[in-house]
Every structure is written in C-alpha cells, then in structure tokens.
Write a protein that binds this ligand. Structure first.
Ligand code: SF4
Length: 419
C-alpha cells in the first residue's frame, strides 16, 4: 500500500519494485531550481567539482528573487556572475529581477507537476507539493551535483497524513491551519517525513491556499508536504505545465501516521518570536502594538492574499507602515487589472517589486531595533528581518486588520465593518 512519495521515488529511481520508507534511492530530478543567492554557492561548488557541463539546461530553473533589485555593489556583481554562467551554459529557464519569488515563479511557469520529483536550493521548495509533486529543498553542494548529473540520493520518507475537517470561519485561511498544525506538532514534529494534507477542507481549498499550507511544511521539519492532486490541480496547470504528467495518489491505509483536526472553531493563529512553533490564538495577543505590517512572500503574496487585504483596507487608512509585495509579476499584473493595487495604495500601503523583500532581512523593509512586524511570511527567528526586530507570523487577513488598527486585533471582531 504505497504513498505518493513511494510512488514518485519508485518512478524517479527507475526501480521495478516499490520504494520502501527508509530505503536509500538515487533518483532522477525532473526540474531543479536555484535562486540568485543559492546559485552563487551552487555554481562555486559546481566549478570546484570540476564540472563543465550542465546535465540538461532546459531542466534548471533560476529565478532572481532574494535581493532584487540588488541592494549594493557586491550583490549586483554576484548576480552579474550568475547571469554570465547562465548564458555560458545555455540555461533556458532564467527569470531575472522582477519576475517574482522562486516558489511562485516555479509553479506559475509549469515546473511543479503531479508525480514529479522537483528539487530547489531553498528550504521552502516543499511548496511544490501543492501540485502533487515531491518538492524538497537541498543545499548548494547537492544542487551542484544536480546541475552536473541531474540525479541525487534520497532516503524515502515515511508519511504523516494530516486530515483537516470542519468549516472555516470568515477570515480563517490556510495560514491559520498551517500555524495551528505546526504549533501542535512542533518544529521537529515531522523531521524527514512527508506530510500529506487530506480531508474535505483541503479538497475545498484553492491552489493558493494549498501552496501556503505546503510552504510551511519545512517549519516542522518535513522533507516534503503534499496535497493529493485533483481536478483543481489540473485546471490550474492547464496552459502552464511544461510536460505531460502522471498524477499519483496514496493508496488507502498507506500512511505511517495519521492525525485529524477539526478547524470549525479555529481562531486566527499567530506565531510569536522567535519560533514558528510558538503559536497562539490572536485573542491572547490582542492589543500588541505593531510598527510594520508586511504582506507578501512565497507564503502569502498571491492574488488571493492581496485580495483579502484589499477587501479589509478598502476605504480605510493604515495606521502603521504597511509593505505589500506581490509574489510575482503575474500576481502584480492581475492585482493591477482588478484594481487591488489601487485600493491598497489609496489605503496608504507601499508596494514593492515582486521578490522576497525584507523576508530574509536583506533589504526593503528590514526592522529597527526592537521593532515589531506583523508579517505573512514563514520565519520569525532572531535576526530574520533585521538584527533586533521581532516578527509575528499571521495570515493576510490578520495582518491587514493589524495595519488598520496599529495593533494585533481579532479579524472577526471587525468583520461587520468590512465590506
Ligand atoms: Fe525564502 Fe522569504 Fe524568499 Fe520565501 S519569500 S523564498 S521564505 S526569503
């Protein structure tokens, strides 16, 4: 009774029999991603290994997103060197500054496909599981090996099924579910496991919500987080998929562990500094003063996220500096066409070009000493968004309500005021 992960590793390793959890396999990679930051390191390792040829220039995907536009001469020069390597090796799938966050661009461009093994030199590559792929992050040296041979060894993971049932209250979203699950399981609760999200709430969830859910899998140590592919997946991928794909689903009773959560009474969730698994309901934090709100990133910078923010901010003014960064150019264009950007700007929010923004603490909205940011991103470790800032992680709705209040507030309390 194999799981999605077992089926994917069996196919990718070319094995005639089913791969078993715990088994070490060498598997072929369908598509590999590295961004501006990790490409620098992977290229260095690639050269040190004595490699001079990329295994398949059409299967390496390089979006520039981490420090875009470059914030100083060092970053600009490193990016220039990566561009030169890309050109010299004929990499066809290069997405320069302004295209968007790697984990948004990669699926939008049709590289995250059901049944595929896709690997990124970035820990949040687990996002690709939203499409029924086995998506996982690797280090720069492993990526150099993939650039060179297109193959890597893996231990086939056990699978934890997390079934989500119930009915979500207004303004409760995938982010709240993900934070709740991480709070219950802890930052090491799924170490080297595949987490499969199943159940009626997941089936009803948009692709955008599934990406948010899978994106956060690594925050509990998961090797991959996966949503079984369905007709929504196919519809989203229509016109995007780079190649034909073969979806796979887990057989009944194939999971190694199973948990079930009813989210009917779930309140908005917030992860407080400095751990993603220190999660509290917003009601316990009400009144906490905020210096900055940040809505964006690979976790929550999609159209659906900007739409909910615009719905809450429409006709109001933000009370604290509010930075909104669309996850990709495609998201930005759609938000422009729908008047969402206009609404956000009229409310006093700043819009920055698609990319990671201040998420990794590099630039474009980092915090001053002791400042508090209510952020839709995925990490709140010390120094993450500036050396001595404090990052509280929440959903786009909670962040938008925080922006108009200037402090943490329960979205449902304000729902009646909101059109
Ligand atoms: Fe990493 Fe943040 Fe960029 Fe996502 S948005 S890839 S978490 S730096």
């Amino acid at each position: 009774m194999p799981t999605i992960s077992q089926k994917i590793f069996s196919r990718a390793s070319g094995s005639a029999r089913m791969a078993e959890p715990g088994e070490i396999v060498e598997a072929g990679i369908d598509y590999a991603m590295s961004h501006d930051g990790t490409s620098v390191l992977a290229i260095k390792a690639f050269l040190e290994m004595g490699s001079d040829k990329v295994w398949d220039p059409d299967r390496v995907v390089i979006p520039f997103d981490h420090i875009v536009p470059a914030n100083n001469e060092i970053a600009a020069t490193l990016q220039k060197e990566v561009r030169t390597w890309i050109r010299n090796h004929g990499i066809t799938n290069f997405f320069d500054c302004g295209s968007g966050v790697c984990h948004q661009v990669f699926p939008e461009q049709g590289f995250a496909l059901p049944g595929n093994l896709v690997v990124g030199a970035d820990s949040h590559s687990c996002t690709y599981g939203a499409f029924g792929a086995f998506g996982t992050g690797v280090g720069a040296t492993d990526m150099a090996e993939i650039y060179s041979r297109g193959r890597l060894w893996f231990k086939v993971p056990e699978t934890i099924a997390i079934k989500i049932v119930g009915t979500l209250k207004p303004f409760i979203s995938a982010k709240d579910i993900a934070l709740m699950v991480i709070g219950k399981h802890g930052s090491d609760g799924a170490t080297y496991k595949a987490v499969e999200y199943i159940g009626p709430v997941i089936e009803d969830m948009s692709i955008s919500g599934r990406m948010t859910l899978c994106n956060l899998g690594v925050e509990m140590g998961a090797k991959a987080s996966i949503v079984p592919p369905d007709e929504k997946t196919d519809a989203w991928l229509r016109g995007r998929a780079r190649q034909a794909y073969q979806p796979v689903r887990s057989d009944p009773d194939s999971y190694d562990y199973e948990f079930e959560y009813d989210v009917t009474d779930l309140e908005p969730q917030v992860a407080v500094p400095f751990r993603v698994d220190t999660v509290k309901p917003v009601s316990e934090l009400e009144g906490l003063e905020i210096d900055q709100v940040f809505i964006g990133t690979c976790t929550n910078g999609r159209l659906e996220d900007l739409e909910v923010a615009a719905r809450i901010l429409k006709g109001r003014q933000v009370k604290v500096r509010t930075l909104i960064i669309p996850a990709s150019r495609e998201v930005l264009l759609e938000a422009l066409q729908k008047g969402i950007i206009e609404t956000l700007v009229q409310a006093g929010a700043m819009i920055a070009p698609p990319g990671c923004g201040p998420c990794l603490g590099a630039h474009m909205g980092v915090l001053g000493e002791g400042e508090v940011c209510l952020s839709t991103s995925n990490r709140n470790f010390p120094g993450r968004m500036g050396r001595a800032g404090r990052v509280y992680l929440a959903s786009p709705a909670t962040a938008a309500f925080g922006a108009i209040k200037g402090y943490l507030a329960r979205p449902e309390k304000l729902a009646a005021d909101t059109t």
